[in-house]
Ligand binder design. Structure first.
Ligand SMILES: NC(=O)c1ccc[n+]([C@@H]2O[C@H](COP(=O)([O-])OP(=O)(O)OC[C@H]3O[C@@H](n4cnc5c(N)ncnc54)[C@H](O)[C@@H]3O)[C@@H](O)[C@H]2O)c1
Length: 302
């Protein structure tokens, strides 16, 4: 079968000035896509800005013989979202792929988290994805074609101490993915999400021995597949790290119809309500648990 190419396709990658976004941008460019490299160029906590982050990646793509344009608007405002999509249309005439990747961290135990920490993280991750995706979705609907990917996280899907703001935003992206998968289906638009673990500046102190096995580059092949015309899945969420890919899904147990619908009956039947009987599925209890499942799978495979 021929390689998965993106000739004639236009992709926006937000937060592509470093880490995972840079890797996705390079992978799509290497396969022929024209890339709008968006990045505000701030620190991990979102403070500051610099035009050089996006420009550096544009230069890397150009040096490889690819085509890219820089964009420095923030994803975190309505105007920024509109400007990012308009910049892609102005530079390349269409938008086929959107990778929502821009992100920041403001971690703190929930009882100590202040309003700015809540607002900044929700603004970039959750509102940011909505603000960029909506104008892109409109362009894609007009074209009758599009691929949208959002970057969720095990933090929101499984839980992680100190990340109430981030986890809530990342779980929100799973909801956005499910809804847009339905709304886009009749218009040639497929919408999926990834929950990566990769060694970037965001995780540099957190991954220990696993860091060497989970490069950003190991996440981008899945992104390229999901961004491609041949992608055959819609509304899915994948855990991806170091070449190990697994689907994360929302499941439901068989359920119980209570003989009497009372709190006491819930107490008496909870064991059966909660009982999961799907063979072979993991139910990670936290991001840490998910991380050790990945680490075990990777070390068993090596
Ligand atoms: N690294 C991991 O293990 C991991 C795990 C789960 C999810 N993620 C998610 O992956 C994405 C990429 O993270 P990363 O690990 O590569 O970190 P990173 O800090 O290297 O990359 C994030 C990029 O987003 C940019 N950015 C931040 N705010 C922006 C804004 N308002 N507008 C435009 N750009 C902005 C930053 O300048 C930065 O270049 C994030 O959404 C992150 O939450 C990462």
């Amino acid at each position: 079968m021929p390689d998965l190419r993106f000739d004639g396709r236009v992709a926006i990658v937000t937060g592509a000035g470093g880490g995972l976004g840079r890797s996705h941008a390079l992978e799509l460019a290497r396969r022929g896509a024209h890339i709008l490299v968006n990045d505000l160029g701030g620190a991990v906590d979102g403070n500051g800005s610099s035009m050089s982050a996006a420009q550096r990646v544009v230069d890397e793509i150009t040096a490889l013989g690819g085509t890219a344009a820089p964009n420095h608007d923030t994803v975190a405002t309505w105007e920024g979202g509109q400007a990012i999509v308009q910049a892609a249309v102005d530079a390349f005439g269409r938008v086929d792929v959107l990778v929502n990747n821009a992100g920041i961290l403001r971690d703190k135990a929930f009882h100590k988290m202040d309003r700015v920490m809540i607002d900044a993280v929700i603004d970039v991750h959750l509102k940011g994805a909505l603000y960029v995706t909506q104008p892109a979705f409109r362009v894609m609907r007009e074209q009758g074609y599009g691929r949208i990917l959002s970057t969720s996280s095990a933090s929101g899907l499984f839980g992680n101490f100190g990340q109430a703001n981030y986890g809530a935003a990342k779980a929100g992206l799973a909801g956005l993915t499910r809804v847009l998968a339905l709304e886009g289906a009749g218009h040639g638009i497929m919408v999926n999400a990834i929950a990566p673990i990769a060694s970037t500046r965001m995780t540099e102190d957190l991954l220990g021995d696993l860091a060497a096995k989970v490069s950003p580059e190991s996440v981008s092949p899945l992104v390229a597949y999901l961004a491609h015309e041949q992608c055959s899945v819609n509304g899915h969420i994948y855990s991806v790290a170091g070449g190990r890919i697994a689907r994360i899904f929302v499941g439901e147990t068989r359920g119980v119809v209570l003989p009497e619908n009372t709190a006491e009956a819930v107490r008496a039947h909870l064991r059966f309500i909660d009982q999961v009987d799907v063979d072979g599925c993991h139910q990670p209890s936290s991001l840490d648990n998910e991380t050790s499942i990945i680490a075990r799978a990777l070390s068993e495979a090596s």
